[in-house]
Design a protein around this ligand. Structure first.
Ligand SMILES: Cc1ncc(COP(=O)(O)O)c(C=O)c1O
Length: 426
């Protein structure tokens, strides 16, 4: 136990990482030649790994340098966020939108986007029953009500047919979530929104990619790129951007309606108005500087995650008992984590598989075990059997760049070995 915590505490150090990787290679050679090579650790075999997987280490020296630079260059202007401005410019360039607004979190970005489109008391917002709680809480923050929709059983993204069924005369907006990093069927969702005159706010917390009209990112710590905590709103619409800027900064603007965050300077003779109940959702300089560093190496991060997704997809296709998301041909998944479903009838249950992975020293990620309809704060919505089944059967596999192909194959080997062994139990 003491060794485990020591390793966990030090596994970010490069000398230790290299020696652990070498140790693991020698160990794997011996493990594969042992008489128990086909037995998982829960059945008395050698664990897939003798040491923990490398720590994710999302922040590199480059980001640390950006933070130093940001504070060195800090001015005394009204809003002292040069780094925030730089991050917003980079985000807009990278994701091809006219405006990018950096916020303090993904939840703040979603709430701000809903305020910008004017969602409020008496309105309804449709969100998937299978998502992180923040998607729906953002709607409650505006005093609107939440309506839930089922996921598609193959893509796990919100089902356009279920959106249609959830629409009422009070519906004002839809928040599709690109689950795991795989894009929703935006053509179908946009067709419904245009037909019924609804706003669409993409929750791209898992998918840092292109968005339509209004999209929100989260830069929380496990996300594709991270600023520790943080988020952003992306839009092409200047009026939505203006409204969002005002809402995320205490409702503050000049009498002419210019958001105070966009003022170069603030003169003593000038006055500011507070035109709505706003919030302080501004991003800090330190967060923004981390984001600048992360965005500058975004291609490498995205490619590593995409490669992990390709390996898992190919390997897991051979393993009976697990299923991966269906991905439309034109979708270009980002895989902040790679979700798999343990099928009904698999030789091990999801929880047995999780216990097995722990013994193999393989990390995993879990989402909630409950769909949103099970939480009374969102109201009474009836049953959502597909969301319910997925919540109880999903596992997220690591895709962060600290792992390479060798580690991704180990994960697949561990899953295959566990499920093969499961099938031999009486
Ligand atoms: C789908 C989804 N939406 C929104 C959020 C909220 O983001 P944040 O944690 O940055 O507030 C998350 C965070 O994990 C998420 O997974």
């Amino acid at each position: 136990m003491a060794l485990k915590s020591w390793l966990n505490a030090h596994r970010h150090e490069s000398w230790l990482r290299h020696s652990l990787a070498a140790t693991q290679r020698v160990y794997a050679f011996a493990r594969d030649r042992s008489a128990k090579a086909d037995l998982p650790a829960i059945a008395g075999g050698w664990p897939m790994r003798c040491v923990p997987q490398p720590a994710p280490r999302p922040i590199s020296r480059r980001e640390v340098g950006e933070v130093r630079r940001a504070f060195r260059g800090q001015s005394t202007s009204f809003f002292d966020g040069e780094a925030v401005h730089e991050l917003e410019t980079l985000l807009a360039q990278r994701f091809g939108t006219r405006h990018a607004l950096a916020c303090s979190s993904g939840t703040a970005a979603l709430h701000t986007a809903l305020m910008a489109v004017g969602v409020g008391p008496g309105d309804e917002v449709i969100v998937p029953a299978l998502t992180y709680v923040a998607t729906a809480l953002a709607a409650l923050h505006t005093s609107a009500e939440v309506r839930l929709a089922e996921p598609d059983p193959r893509t796990w993204n919100i089902d356009p047919g279920s959106i249609r069924a959830a629409i009422t005369p009070r519906t004002k907006a839809i928040i599709p979530v690109h689950m795991g990093g795989v894009a929703c069927d935006m053509d179908a969702i946009m067709a419904i929104a245009q037909e019924r005159d609804l706003f669409v706010i993409e929750d791209a917390a898992h998918a840092h990619g292109a968005t339509w009209r209004l999209g929100c990112f989260s830069f929380g710590s496990p996300k594709t790129i991270t600023t520790g905590e943080g988020g952003a709103i992306l839009t092409d619409d200047p009026e939505l951007a203006r409204q969002a800027r005002i809402a995320m900064n205490l409702g503050e603007c000049t009498p002419e309606g210019v958001p105070s965050m966009e003022l170069e300077d603030f003169r003593p003779e000038e006055r500011l108005d507070y035109v709505r109940v706003g919030w302080n959702y501004r991003m800090s300089v330190a967060q923004a500087a981390l984001g600048v560093g992360q965005l500058k190496r975004f291609d490498g991060i995205r490619d590593a995650r995409a490669r992990a997704g390709r390996i898992y997809r190919e390997r897991l296709a051979e393993i009976p008992g697990v299923r991966v998301q269906d991905v439309a041909l034109e979708a270009d998944p980002v895989y902040y984590t790679f979700p798999i479903e343990v099928e009904e009838g698999a030789s091990l249950t999801r929880n047995e598989l999780l216990r097995g992975l722990e013994r193999e020293r393989i990390d995993y990620r879990l989402w909630s075990n409950l769909p949103l309809n099970r939480y009374p704060i969102f109201g009474d919505h009836g049953e959502f059997p597909i969301a319910n089944r997925l919540c109880l059967s999903m596992i997220g596999l690591r895709t962060d760049p600290a792992l390479g192909p060798r580690e991704h194959h180990e994960v697949a080997d561990a899953l295959a070995r566990l499920l093969r062994w499961g099938a031999t139990r009486t």
